[in-house]
Design a protein around this ligand. Structure first.
Ligand code: AMP
Length: 182
């Protein structure tokens, strides 16, 4: 199914556990491990994403640490293309490029290997993560992808926390697809 109906969305949303006050008071943490260990829900989601992205002619899927790795690597394999990880500083062993971004308190950074897209010029890539909140991580990740002259054709999130308006910020940079809106 290329397009999900309300029943499909409810099915996926019900497979994701909400944990109140984690990791700190006031946060409702969306725990996707209960989707991953549900073979039907996980394969339903991956079939949907594969059908959606089959005709995009993508060169790479780029996943954001760490839950973006799970969906991104699975999707890359389904599409028969390569996977690239975006990581927090000092995790990647080879030469990296970096992009800093501001948090509520302080600064953070994302990194990618300088040769992440091999010798592919102007690679067409899809960025993926489990959830978009303020959009800070995704924005920095798109800027990082652009440093390599690759094109981020879409950013895909399993869950969009609509109230935080992160997806609106990302829409200024690229197309956004959120499977579920909360
Ligand atoms: P942001 O940069 O604010 O959009 O935050 C997005 C990143 O933080 C993603 O990698 C998410 O996995 C994680 N994240 C933020 N809020 C939540 C939440 N309520 N539940 C689960 N993960 C979250």
């Amino acid at each position: 199914m290329k397009i999900l109906n309300e029943q499909d969305k409810k099915y996926l949303l019900d497979s994701i556990r909400a944990i109140n006050d984690f990791p700190k008071p006031g946060i409702v943490f969306r725990d996707i491990t209960t989707l991953l260990n549900d073979q039907k829900a996980f394969s339903f989601l991956m079939q949907h994403l594969t059908e959606r992205y089959r005709d995009y002619n993508l060169d790479f899927i780029v996943g954001i640490e760490s839950r973006g790795f799970i969906f991104g690597a699975a999707l890359a394999s389904c599409l028969g293309i390569g996977f690239v990880p975006i990581r927090k500083p000092k995790k990647l062993p080879y030469i990296t490029i970096s992009q800093k971004y501001t948090l509520e308190y302080g600064v953070d950074e994302v990194q990618m290997h300088i040769d992440a897209f091999r010798d592919k010029k102007n690679a067409k890539v899809l960025l993926i993560d489990d959830l978009i909140a303020t959009g800070g991580t995704a924005k920095a990740s798109i800027e990082l992808i652009r440093q390599t002259k690759a094109e981020c054709v879409e950013a895909c999130f399993l869950i969009n926390l609509v109230e935080l308006n992160g997806s609106k910020e990302i829409e200024k940079l690229t197309k956004v697809y959120s499977v579920l809106e909360v």
